[in-house]
Write a protein that binds this ligand. Structure first.
Ligand code: NCD
Length: 340
């Protein structure tokens, strides 16, 4: 697809060659994301970073990635403090913001909100999470993480065996990673969830129609056997009735004993974050946080180069990034935490 000027709404829109371009550029962005060099290629550009539901990392990651390219960022953080609380439609907000900015990131509690804004705005619109539907840039940075952690090239993803566990019904990150991997061939998915939180049939059908193997289980020790990746997610308690949330809390979790007993010693542990650390929840137990295969903080760091790559593609400056390269002089701590 032509990336310049386009919207990023779902993982379904990409093919293998799109991912290759996005990840090749992301690899080139690492030097800027890690602050060894700086570029001002988006100097003068403004991002409308419209967050209408809760977020810490995604909002800061989308904003910082734009800033690291020299662009400026304007944020919203909640519906309550926006004109939507005064009764304005999302389309009208999109139209107004389009007059002030060069790109829009939208997080919104309702499904297909990003599509609605994309239809109402001439700017590139990036879906930063629309209800339970999708979170495509999370899917992209997750696949980028798999390549880095497992030292793979894109074509090595054919035949990947991946366990995805937790809340597969309401979790948009889970939807985006499984759809994203379905671009490749012969993926084996092990979907680990209670019956209440299993992957929607529509998505399972899509995976099977694309020729992949899908196994569904509620038994985590069974599901993590012989997998390359185990991708855990938290229960989206905010999206389910309170009684169900309490009933399902802590039902499926990965701890060190189970991991060491049932998973292969090289299985990569991933999670889109946040991990729910409340007692009784903890879908990944703290005893795994210092395991060398716990890739979760490296995964979240990868959000920076991947989002930078997306911006330069969407705004058509991919060939100009290095024109403005400069040294960065400010203090940066050495990265001593090589595991995390
Ligand atoms: C996820 C989200 O908001 O969809 N977090 C994220 O953006 N990395 C997952 C979650 O909230 O559980």
């Amino acid at each position: 697809m032509e990336l310049r000027g386009s919207d990023i709404l779902t993982m379904d829109q990409f093919d293998r060659e799109d991912l290759r371009r996005i990840f090749d550029t992301a690899a080139e962005m690492e030097v800027y994301a890690s602050r060894q060099k700086m570029t001002r290629v988006l100097e003068g550009a403004v991002l409308a970073n419209l967050f209408f539901s809760s977020s810490t990392r995604s909002r800061i990651s989308f904003g910082s990635a734009f800033n690291r390219l020299g662009g400026a960022v304007r944020d919203t953080t909640s519906i309550d403090e926006s004109s939507i609380a005064k009764g304005e439609s999302l389309e009208a907000t999109a139209r107004v913001v389009s007059g002030y900015s060069d790109a829009i990131v939208l997080r919104y509690p309702e499904e297909d909100a990003a599509k609605m804004v994309a239809d109402a705005s001439p700017l590139p619109v990036i879906n930063g999470g629309d209800g339970s539907n999708e979170h495509p840039t999370q899917g992209l940075l997750d696949i980028f993480t798999i390549l880095k952690e497992r030292k793979m090239s894109l074509d090595d993803l054919d035949g990947l065996v991946v366990a995805v566990g937790g809340d597969l019904k309401y979790g948009r990150a889970a939807h985006s990673i499984v759809k994203g991997l379905s671009i490749f061939r012969n993926i084996c998915y092990k979907l680990i969830a209670t019956d209440e939180l299993q992957m929607p049939d529509k998505i399972v059908e899509l995976l099977r129609n694309r020729g992949h193997q899908v196994l569904q289980t509620s038994d985590l020790s069974e599901g993590i056997k012989d997998v390359d990746i185990v991708y855990m997610t938290r229960n989206q308690e905010d999206r389910m009735p309170r009684e169900l949330a309490t009933h399902l809390r802590g039902k499926i979790f990965l701890d060190r004993r189970t991991y060491e007993r049932y998973a292969r010693p090289d299985t990569t542990i991933m999670h889109p974050l946040p991990i729910d650390i409340r007692p009784g929840a903890q879908e990944i137990k703290p005893d795994l946080y210092d395991h060398p295969n716990f890739a979760v903080y490296r995964q979240t760091d990868n959000g920076m180069p991947v989002r930078m790559s997306i911006y330069v593609h969407l705004l058509g400056v991919v060939d100009r990034v290095h024109d403005t390269v400069r040294d960065a002089f400010w203090f940066r701590p050495d990265r001593t935490d090589s595991h995390r």
